[in-house]
Design a binder for this molecule. Sequence first.
Ligand SMILES: [Zn+2]
Length: 154
Amino acid sequence: MESQRVEKLKTILEEFRNTVDEKDARKLELGKCNRIIQKLGSFSSECEECFQHFIDLENHIIQLVDKVDELIENDVKHHKQKIDNISSHLQKQHKLVTSGYYLSIYMSIGTSLGIVFGLLIFDNIGLGLPLGMGIGVAIGAGLDADAKKKGMTL
Ligand SMILES: [Zn+2]
């Protein structure tokens, strides 16, 4: 994918974002959409599926821009499905993660382990729970920061 084409689509999306209100922008996950365009653009030279997704998303966004004044619930739903579909491809095939992905995993692992070890070692959930959760948060946040640094965050 030529980077010019990627930049052009990002500009179109940016302009679209300026025409909708904050609430719609959030509903349509335009921030995520922007990151997805970037990722599809960078993977499309080696991944046929990303290339197809890019073209599909490009057409879809141009359509959205066309009817910005008459967006209905169905358009939002349709849009979300597309974004979800593409995100799952990016996560499965290209090992990308959503932001806060590791935090949520490690926090729940830490919390469960904290309860178990709290009971086993300290005979006290109140002691184990915050400790386990704290360690989980520390590990998860570290991994999230690392993924972000490596550009692996969606
Ligand atoms: Zn791909």
